[in-house]
Design a protein around this ligand. Structure first.
Ligand SMILES: *[C@@H]1O[C@H](CO)[C@@H](O)[C@H](O)[C@H]1NC(C)=O
Ligand SMILES: *[C@@H]1O[C@H](CO)[C@@H](O)[C@H](O)[C@H]1NC(C)=O
Ligand SMILES: *[C@@H]1O[C@H](CO)[C@@H](O)[C@H](O)[C@H]1NC(C)=O
Ligand SMILES: *[C@@H]1O[C@H](CO)[C@@H](O)[C@H](O)[C@H]1NC(C)=O
Ligand SMILES: *[C@@H]1O[C@H](CO)[C@@H](O)[C@H](O)[C@H]1NC(C)=O
Ligand SMILES: *[C@@H]1O[C@H](CO)[C@@H](O)[C@H](O)[C@H]1NC(C)=O
Ligand SMILES: *[C@@H]1O[C@H](CO)[C@@H](O)[C@H](O)[C@H]1NC(C)=O
Ligand SMILES: *[C@@H]1O[C@H](CO)[C@@H](O)[C@H](O)[C@H]1NC(C)=O
Ligand SMILES: *[C@@H]1O[C@H](CO)[C@@H](O)[C@H](O)[C@H]1NC(C)=O
Length: 571
C-alpha cells in the first residue's frame, strides 16, 4: 500500500508552479487566475510573445549526466547479430518475444518517434491529377525528454540513490548495485532534438511549396516551456536551415497555471482527471506486473522496500534512460507481453486523463479546434463562441494570428494533442479499456497516437470536381470515374504520424470514403456541433461530482449527475 501513501503525499505537497497541470499523473489542483501577470520585458523592443529569450515560464531545466555509450553499451548481445546503434541501443534481447517485437514501439507516449505502422483503417491515396494540397495546419509534440521534475520516476531514482549500500541486487538486477541516476528533468534529450530536426526536414519535403517565397515570414507558435521552444526551433532549423529566423517568427505563448493557451489547454481549467487516471493505471499495473514484481523482489536482498509501484515506474525508467544516455539495463527485466501491457497502462491513463474517458477531454482541446476552424475560414477570434481557453489578446489580430497563412506550424504536448483529437469528436478513439485484461482490438494505442515528436497534419486539398468516394475502384489517372460531376470542391484530410485518419469513421456526415477525407463544407458544419459538445465552462468550472472510471465515455461531464463517493484504490 505504499503507493497509496505516495499518492497521498502528492496531494499534500505544495504546488510547484512550473509543472502544475502538466505533471501527467499529478494531483488535481485548483486554479488561481493570474492577476494581470506581465512578463518582464527584455532590453529589446520585441513584444514578450515574440521574445524567445525570456525564461520566466520555461519550467525546470535540469540537465542529465553526459552519455558515454561507448562505455555503457552492453552490445553485442549473446545470440544476436550485431547491429550498430542508431544512435540509441535498442537491440537488447527481450524475454518471451517470439515475434521479435520492438519494445521501443510499445512505450506509448515514451516511444521515440516512429510512423504509425498500421494506419487508422484506410489506405493512402495520392492527390488526384489537377488537384492541389493548398494548406496545412500542423500541431506537433515536443521531442524525447527527461522525466518530469516532480514525476514518480525521479522519486524512484531518489529512493534507490538513498538506499545505495543498504541493499544487494542479484542476477539480472545486479546492475542496480552500481546504478546512478543519469537523468535530468523536463528538457529535450539529444535524440529529442534530432526528432524535431528530422520532422522539419520531412515537412519541408511534404509542404515546402506552401511557404510564400516572396520574402515574408510566417508565424509559428509554441509555448514558453524550454522543451517546447527548443522543439519549435529545431523543427524550423530542419525545415528552413539555420537561417530560419529570416523565414519564420516564433510566437511563444505563456505556459503557466491560469494562463489561456490552446497549446496547453489544461492550464486554464480548474478540473483535472489525472488523479483518477493514475488510480486506474495502478489497478491495471497490479494485474500485469505480478510476475515482474516477484522476479525483481527475488533478486533484491537487504534494505530496499521495493513496491509494485516501483516495479511500474522502473519500467518507465527503461524508456527514459534509453533516450537520455542511449542504453538502459531496466529494459530487459520485462518480457515482451509486459511491454504490451505497459503500453496499455498508458492507453488507459491518457484515455482517462485527456481522452474520451475524461470529463474534460473535449474541453482541454476545444480552444485549439476553434483556432483551426478560424484559420480555415480566415477569421480572427475576438470572443470565441463558445468561450474557451484561447488567449484572445493573441488571436484578435493578424500579427500574432495570421489568417491567410497556408503553412501553420504549432507545437504542443501529448495530453493536449489527445484532447484536440477528442474535441474534434474522433470517437473512433473512444474505446472503453478494461483494467482486468488488454483489449487487443482497440483504436486507442498511444504509441501510434502520441509517441515523442508525434504530429497531426491537417491538410486542405482543392479539387476541380468532387472526388469519387470509392477511390479503391478508380485509378488515379482521372479517366476512370475518379472525378464525379460538379464544381471545384475542397477536402480536409487528417494525417496523424504519417497515416490518414478516416474522418467519416467518427463524423458520420463526412461519409464512408475510401480515402478518409471529408468535404470541407461538411467538416466545418460538423465541427461547429463538436465545439458545443465540449462544454468548456461547465466542464472546467462547473461543480459536477467526481466520477468513477468508465462513467464518462464521451469526453465531457456526466449530463445527469448522481452523487457518488470516490473510492480510492479499490480495496
Ligand atoms: C477552482 O476550484 C477550487 C476548489 O474546488 C475552488 O475553490 C475555486 O473557486 C475554483 N476556481 C475557479 C476560478 O473556479
Ligand atoms: C507573400 O505571400 C503571402 C501568401 O501568398 C501573402 O499573404 C503575403 O501578403 C505576401 N507578402 C508580400 C510581402 O508580398
Ligand atoms: C528563407 O529566407 C531566406 C532569406 O530571405 C531566403 O534566401 C530563403 O530562400 C528562404 N527559405 C525558403 C525555404 O524559402
Ligand atoms: C495572453 O497573452 C499575453 C501576451 O503574452 C499575456 O500578456 C497575457 O497575460 C495572456 N493572458 C492570459 C489570460 O493568458
Ligand atoms: C534472480 O531472479 C531470477 C529470475 O528473474 C532467478 O532465476 C534467479 O535465481 C534470481 N537470482 C538470485 C540470486 O536470487
Ligand atoms: C481567457 O479565457 C477565459 C475563459 O474562457 C475568458 O473569459 C478570458 O476572456 C480569456 N482571456 C483572454 C485574454 O483571452
Ligand atoms: C485585442 O485584445 C487586446 C487585449 O485584450 C486589446 O487591447 C486590443 O484592443 C484588441 N485588438 C483588437 C483588434 O480587437
Ligand atoms: C474490432 O473492433 C471494431 C470496432 O469496434 C469492430 O468493428 C470489429 O468487429 C472488431 N473486430 C473483432 C475481431 O472483434
Ligand atoms: C492546382 O494548381 C495548378 C497550378 O497552380 C492550377 O493550374 C490548378 O488550377 C490548381 N487546381 C485546383 C483545383 O486548385
Amino acid at each position: 500500500m505504499l503507493w497509496f501513501l505516495l499518492e497521498l503525499l502528492q496531494l499534500l505537497l505544495p504546488p510547484q508552479p512550473a509543472s502544475l497541470g502538466r505533471n501527467v499523473f499529478g494531483a488535481q489542483l485548483p486554479l488561481t487566475l493570474p492577476d494581470d501577470c506581465v512578463r518582464p520585458t527584455s532590453t529589446s523592443k520585441v513584444p514578450d510573445y515574440f521574445d524567445t529569450t525570456i525564461d520566466q515560464y520555461a519550467g525546470p531545466t535540469a540537465t542529465g549526466t553526459a552519455p558515454w555509450l561507448a562505455q555503457t553499451n552492453a552490445a553485442p548481445f549473446m545470440g544476436i547479430s550485431y547491429i550498430p546503434n542508431t544512435p540509441l541501443e535498442t537491440q537488447a534481447p527481450i524475454p518471451n518475444n517470439p515475434t521479435n517485437a520492438n519494445i521501443f514501439e510499445r512505450m506509448a507516449n515514451l516511444s521515440p518517434y516512429f510512423p504509425n505502422p498500421r494506419g487508422f483503417g484506410v489506405h493512402e491515396y495520392p492527390i488526384p491529377p489537377g488537384s492541389n494540397v493548398t494548406w496545412l495546419n500542423m500541431v506537433h509534440r515536443h521531442g524525447a525528454r527527461y522525466p518530469e521534475a516532480h514525476g514518480r520516476e525521479l522519486l524512484l531514482a531518489q529512493k534507490i540513490t538513498d538506499a545505495m549500500g543498504k541493499y544487494t541486487a542479484h542476477g539480472p538486477l545486479s546492475f542496480l548495485n552500481t546504478w546512478t541516476n543519469v537523468l535530468g528533468a523536463e528538457i529535450l534529450v539529444p535524440v529529442g532534438k534530432q526528432q524535431l530536426f528530422d520532422s522539419g526536414v520531412l515537412h519541408y519535403y511534404q509542404y515546402g511549396h506552401l511557404f510564400p517565397n516572396n520574402g515574408s515570414r510566417i508565424v509559428a507558435r509554441t509555448t514558453t516551456q524550454q522543451r517546447m521552444k527548443e522543439s519549435a526551433e529545431y523543427f524550423l532549423a530542419g525545415f528552413f536551415g539555420l537561417g530560419w529566423t529570416a523565414n519564420a517568427t516564433l510566437e511563444v505563448v505563456i505556459e503557466g497555471r491560469g494562463f489561456n493557451n490552446s497549446l496547453a489547454g489544461y492550464q486554464a481549467c480548474n478540473r483535472s482527471s489525472w488523479g483518477l487516471a493514475y488510480e486506474t493505471v495502478l489497478e491495471w499495473a497490479k494485474v500485469y506486473l505480478v510476475d515482474a514484481h516477484e522476479r525483481i523482489k527475488s533478486n533484491l536482498t537487504g534494505d530496499l522496500d521495493w513496491t509494485l509501484e516501483d516495479t511500474y515506474n522502473a519500467q518507465a525508467l527503461c524508456a527514459y534512460e534509453t533516450v537520455a544516455v542511449g542504453f538502459s539495463h531496466w529494459c530487459t527485466l520485462y518480457t515482451a507481453p509486459e511491454w504490451s501491457a505497459f503500453e496499455y497502462s498508458l492507453d488507459i491513463g491518457f484515455s482517462a486523463g485527456s481522452g474520451f474517458l475524461s470529463p474534460i477531454g473535449r474541453a482541454i482541446g476545444v480552444g485549439y479546434v476553434q483556432e483551426v476552424l478560424a484559420r480555415m475560414t480566415h477569421q480572427l477570434l475576438n470572443s470565441p463562441d463558445p468561450p474557451s481557453q484561447i488567449n484572445t489578446t493573441l488571436t484578435n489580430n493578424t500579427d500574432t494570428f495570421p489568417t491567410q497563412q497556408n503553412l501553420n506550424l504549432d507545437f504542443s504536448h501529448d495530453a493536449n494533442i489527445i484532447s484536440i483529437l477528442t474535441a474534434f469528436g474522433l470517437t473512433q478513439f473512444a474505446d472503453y479499456l478494461p483494467t482486468t485484461s488488454i483489449l487487443h482490438n482497440r483504436s486507442f494505442i498511444l504509441s501510434y497516437l502520441e509517441p515523442f515528436a508525434g504530429r497531426l497534419d491537417i491538410e486542405i486539398i482543392q479539387t476541380p470536381k468532387p472526388v469519387n468516394p470509392r477511390r479503391a475502384t478508380t485509378s488515379n489517372t482521372g479517366d476512370n470515374g475518379l472525378y464525379l460531376g460538379g464544381g471545384p470542391t475542397k477536402y480536409v484530410r487528417f494525417l496523424l504520424n504519417q497515416r490518414t485518419i478516416p474522418l467519416g469513421k467518427s463524423l458520420e456526415k463526412c461519409g464512408d470514403r475510401d480515402d478518409g477525407w471529408c468535404e470541407m463544407a461538411t467538416f466545418l458544419d460538423v465541427q461547429r456541433e463538436q465545439i458545443e459538445l465540449a462544454n468548456f465552462e461547465s466542464a472546467c468550472f462547473g461543480d459536477w461530482d467526481d466520477i468513477n472510471y468508465g462513467d464518462v465515455r464521451d469526453g465531457r461531464p456526466p449530463q445527469s449527475q448522481k452523487k457518488q463517493s470516490t473510492i480510492l484504490f479499490g480495496e
